[in-house]
Design a protein. Sequence first.
Length: 127
Amino acid sequence: MEFESSSRIWDGVYHYPHLFGGIMLTCALLGFSTSYFGVQSLPYLLSDLRIFHKKNYEKKRIRVYMDGCFDLMHYGHANALRQAKTLGDELVVGVVSDKEIIANKGPPVLSMQERYKYIAIIFMYYL
């Protein structure tokens, strides 16, 4: 009686787990995607679990801040305000005080109250 070598007997056994795993993976994918085996398909399972539903969050309002001297108002100032308003839901405009303008640029031509009025007029008629 002849005995086969041990390496030859176990050569085929090594491939069986890989083959078996591939068959199981194929069956699982088939079952989840087509309900072939009587299992509900994958999109329905996920909707039941509510994994991918978006939460209904209230959209945050975007507030844009812009400040400047706005001394001797011109088209560039109005255009900058218009562009800033398009960037968000609310536009907050700061007007630099006379004291700061004197410290950085020299004396302003218009007073702070006049500059406030210019900004208010631009908002009333143009923005």
